[in-house]
Design a protein. Structure first.
Length: 142
C-alpha cells in the first residue's frame, strides 16, 4: 500500500491541509482493515453513522459492508487491495487501486471515491476495469 507523504509540505512546496491528510489516512486504514485484513470490526470504526453505497452489488449501511467483508473473507481470502495513488479534495478521497482477488491473477484497476464527514467514511463509489493480458501500448494501468 502506498502511504502519503509524512511531510507538512507537498512536493510542489504547497503546505498540506491536515484535514485532507487525515482523510487520506482514514481511507488507507479502511483498505488495510476492511479489504486486506478482512477485519469488519476494525474497518467499521472508520465508517460514519450512515454509509451510502453506490456499488450496486453491495447493500447500504454497516450491515451491507459487513456482508461484503464476509463474502470476500470466505470467497477470496487472499484478496489484496494495493493503493497506488490517493488524492483528497474537500470531503472526498479518491484512490487508484490494484485489486487482486487471487495471487497470480492480473487483477482489476479500480478507482474508489469516498466521501468523509467528521473524519469518517459516509459514502462510496467505485469504477472497475479488469487488467488485460495485452494492451495497445506499454504504459500500464498503474
Amino acid at each position: 500500500m502506498t502511504a502519503p507523504s509524512q511531510s507538512h509540505v507537498s512536493m510542489s512546496g504547497v503546505p498540506l491541509d491536515p484535514k485532507l491528510e487525515m482523510n487520506k489516512q482514514t481511507v488507507l486504514a479502511f483498505y488495510e482493515a476492511g479489504l486486506n485484513d478482512k477485519d469488519f470490526d476494525a474497518a467499521s470504526r472508520l465508517i460514519g453513522e450512515r454509509y451510502v453505497q453506490h456499488n450496486p452489488l453491495i447493500a447500504d449501511g454497516l450491515e451491507g459492508f459487513k456482508g461484503f467483508v464476509t463474502y470476500i473473507k470466505e470467497t477470496f481470502p487472499e484478496l489484496r487491495a494495493n493503493v497506488q495513488r490517493v488524492f483528497a479534495e474537500g470531503d472526498f478521497v479518491i484512490a487508484h487501486v490494484h485489486g487482486v482477488r487471487v495471487p497470480g491473477q492480473a487483477g482489476t484497476a479500480i478507482v474508489d471515491i469516498f466521501k468523509l464527514e467528521d473524519g469518517k467514511i459516509v459514502e462510496h463509489w467505485d469504477v472497475m476495469q479488469p487488467v488485460p493480458d495485452s494492451a495497445e501500448n506499454q504504459n500500464g494501468m498503474f
